[in-house]
Ligand binder design. Structure first.
Ligand code: PLP
Length: 367
């Protein structure tokens, strides 16, 4: 088969990932980290791709972050250093991670002694050691111990347990989903709590060689958080419509887009595309959940994707001419991470403009 260079030749719906844009996003975040002395451990949840993970490693990342044990096993194909930033608290997950720790650096963030004990037992059986970061809740209220004192108590438990190694602190500032101009106060609070925790650990002779934080919205404000050693943004590699709405990127930074075909124009003031919730997810835009529609229509600024069925996306035309049946429409999903996870394959647009098939290597690894 001849190389595809024309977007109109792709079977739709097609997720396309523009590699020159990805490279630019990776280089830009790596540059920010270098200039502020932070290490970068990107979260692979966004791309779940060995190829993109390798690109991040080649650009200076120190390792990759994942959520699930099975993701760790896959993404270890792109790095020697994996952080599982998720409560891998049970024996089956611990066993997978301990096996991996025999050949790679494996760290896990925990918020319970229960998790520490399982990981230690699994590491012992596998004849290895697992690094531990204590997960501290800095305001997102999803996981994480609830105070500096609780962080110290858990750290002391890790320190006194064989076969695990206390490496530091992990936190996720997911509540700071705000424009950069509104982040000063919440990040100052995060910074104060971290300082208190680091000082407490130091007074008790415990090491915080790693203080791992960061998300895409806060990534470029990380220098306002004292004590940080590394950040873990994930979405920045592709960005999405939420990131555009939050001002965390520009439209041209959005590297992943969904190309669709108009399959029906039978109903007045509407056209229907071949991409519904099974292609894009039903995620709403964070700042305008009821009005913004399901994704950003790149070439139709007035129109909006007003309703999704599984395989249909209904575009409400508000001033635009009715597109021709069979014509192509490009969308940027509201939330790119779960969208990518829906697809067996994507299309990479290479530097020379050719489209090549890409694999979502860690797709569906939910254990
Ligand atoms: C623990 C953890 N770290 C890092 C990230 C990456 O954040 P973002 O998606 O904003 O890049 C996430 C995202 O969910 C996360 O849960």
């Amino acid at each position: 088969m001849n190389a595809i260079t024309d977007i109109n030749q792709l079977p739709t719906p097609a997720v396309i990932v523009d590699l020159p844009t990805v490279r630019r996003n990776i280089a830009s975040m790596a540059g920010y980290c270098r200039s502020h002395g932070f290490k970068l451990r990107p979260h692979a949840k966004t791309h779940k791709s060995l190829r993109i993970g390798q690109m991040q490693m080649e650009a200076g990342a120190i390792g990759l972050t994942v959520a699930k044990a099975d993701e760790a096993a896959v993404m270890a194909g792109a790095t020697d250093d994996v952080l599982v930033a998720y409560p891998a608290f049970d024996a089956p997950r611990a066993a997978i991670l301990a096996e991996l720790a025999r050949i790679k650096m494996v760290r896990v963030s925990v918020d319970s002694t229960h998790a520490v004990d399982h990981l230690a037992e699994a590491a012992r059986s596998a004849g290895t050691t697992i690094g531990i970061l204590v997960d501290l809740d800095v305001g997102f209220h999803r996981t994480g111990v609830q105070s500096s004192d609780a962080a110290l108590a858990l750290a002391q438990h890790v320190d006194q347990t064989n076969d695990v190694r206390l490496d530091g602190i992990m936190f996720f500032p997911g509540h700071v989903f705000l424009p950069a101009s509104a982040q000063e106060k919440p990040l100052a609070d995060v910074s104060a709590l971290l300082q208190e925790t680091i000082q407490l650990w130091t007074r008790h002779g415990l090491s915080t060689s790693i203080v791992s934080g960061g998300s895409t919205p806060t990534a470029r404000q990380s220098h306002h958080v004292a004590g940080l050693t590394e950040i873990r943004p994930g979405t920045y590699v592709y960005y999405d419509a939420n990131c555009v709405a939050g001002g965390w990127c520009q439209l041209e930074d959005c590297a992943a887009r969904v190309v669709c075909t108009v399959v029906s124009t039978a109903v007045e003031r509407k056209c229907v595309i071949d991409a519904g919730s099974k292609t894009m997810t039903s995620d709403r835009r964070f700042d305008a959940p009821d009005t913004a529609g399901f994704g950003l229509l790149v070439d139709m600024p007035l129109a909006r994707v007003s309703r999704l069925s599984e395989e249909h996306g209904e575009i409400e035309l508000r001033g635009e001419a009715v597109p021709k049946l069979g014509s192509r429409i490009t969308l940027i999903p509201n939330h790119i991470c779960p969208c990518i996870n829906l697809h067996d394959r994507i299309w990479f647009r290479e530097d020379d403009g050719r489209f090549t098939r890409g694999v979502i290597d860690a797709r569906g690894k939910i254990h």
